[in-house]
Design a protein around this ligand. Sequence first.
Ligand code: 4AD
Length: 439
Amino acid sequence: MAGVPVSGPAFDPVARAFAPDAEGRAVRLRGWVLRSRSSGGILFVVLRDRTGHVQVTARRDAVGAAAFDAAEHVQVEGAISVEGTVAADARAPGGREVRATSIAVLDAGQPFPIFSEQTEEFLLDKRHLAIRSQEHVATFRVKAELLRALREFLDREEVLEVTPPILSGNAAEGGSEAFQIDYFGRPGYLSQTAQLYLEALIAPHERVYALTPSFRAEKSRTNRHLTEYLHLEVELAWTDLDGLIDFTERMIAESVRAVAERRPKELAALGRPPEELLALRRPFPRITYTEAIERLRAQGFRLEWGSDLGTAEERALTLESKEPLFVTRYPRAVKAFYMLQTPGDPRTVEAVDLLGPEGYHELVGASCRETDIDRLVERIGQIGARVEEYEWYLDLRRHGSVPHAGLGLGIERLLRWMLRREHIRETTPFPRTPARHTP
Ligand code: 4AD
C-alpha cells in the first residue's frame, strides 16, 4: 500500500496518551478504528492499537477539508494515523483525548461484517475478523501469560525444553483416535502425544518438556474437545506417583497465581475475578479411583468398579469444589498400555488425572511409566497393537530403564476453567473441531 508510513519518525503507543505527564504533549499514533462519528465539522474516532484505545477528535479546520473528508469515510476496523496533542476531556473514555493536527487514512476499509447479535456460526465463519474483539484480545493475552508462566516454572525446575516430531509412524494413545495421513505411500499419523519421544529424551536429559500441538480424531462434539489442541507434556526421571502429583500441583498453582497477578484486568473483564484464582491453595485434595467410585455411588450413580469415569461422573466429583481434584490409581484396563502397574495391586496403575474445579473435567492426565519390558509387550498385545511398531520404544527398556513419570496438560482445558468459558473453542484463535477446520 503506497504512502503508509511504516518507517520514519517513531509512532507512540496509544497508551502514551494516558501517561501521567502526557497532557499538552504531541503524539503520533496509528491503529484501527474501533468506532467513529462526525457532527458539525468535528470527527470523533476511537483509535485502537495493541496498548489500548483513545478518542481522537479531528476538526475540519484543523486537519484540512480533504483529510477530514477522507477520514470521515473510514469504516469500523479501517486503519488511520494521527498526529495531535493530548488534552483532558471528562467526556472521553479514560478522561483524555487527542486533538488531531493531521489525520491520514491508511486503509478506509469496507463495511465491517461483525456487529452485535450475530449467530455463533457466523462468528466462527468470520473468526479471522472476530478475533479483534476485546473479549478475544483479553483471552489471548491471558493465554500468552499462562504459557510464559508455565515455561518460567519449568525453567526454575530445570526441565529442558525439547522439540519432538509431530509426524510419526506410530499412533501412541491408541490407533482409533489418530489422524492418519499418507506419508509417501506409507501410513503416517499426526501426533496425539509426544510422550514416547520424551521418554527417550530423559536418558540424556532426565527432565524434559515439550509444548506442541496434539491431534485427536475423536468425533466428540463436547464443549471440552478440540481436534487440535496445545499440549504441554513433561517427563521426569527418578519420579514416583507422589513426586509426580507434587510436581503437577506446584506447576498448576504457581502458574495460575502468576497469571492472576499479571493479568487481573483481563481476567476480571472475562468474568473471572483474579481473587478467585489467587485463593487456590495447595495441597489440592487427592482421592483414589476406588474412593471416587464410592463417593459417586453415594451420590446415586450406578457404577461398577472398573468402569471409566465419564463426563457426568467427572463433573459430579468437582462441581461443588473450588479446588482441582487428583484422582489416582485407575483400573489398568481403562488406561494406556505404558502405565506402571501399582506395586502390590495388579488391578490398578500408577495413573493420576487432575480434574478442574467447578465441574470443569480433566485438565491433566499423568502416570508413572512401566519399566518392565515383558509387561509392556503383554499390554501392547492386549490393546491389539503390533509389537514391531513399538520396537524402538521397547529399546528404551533394554538400555538403562529407570523409574520415570510424566504428565500431559491441555492448555485450552486449563484456560477454559481459568476464564470460565462455556466452550473450549473460545480459548484458541482458530478452533479445530469435528465440524470445522477453516478459517
Ligand atoms: O490424558 P491424555 O490423553 O494423556 C496423554 O496424551 C499422555 N500421553 C500425556 C503424557 O503423559 N505425556 O491427554 C492429556 C491432556 C488431557 O488431560 C486434556 O487436558 C488434554 O490433554 N486433552 C485435550 N484437550 C483438548 N481437546 C482434546 N480432544 C483433548 N484430549 C486430551
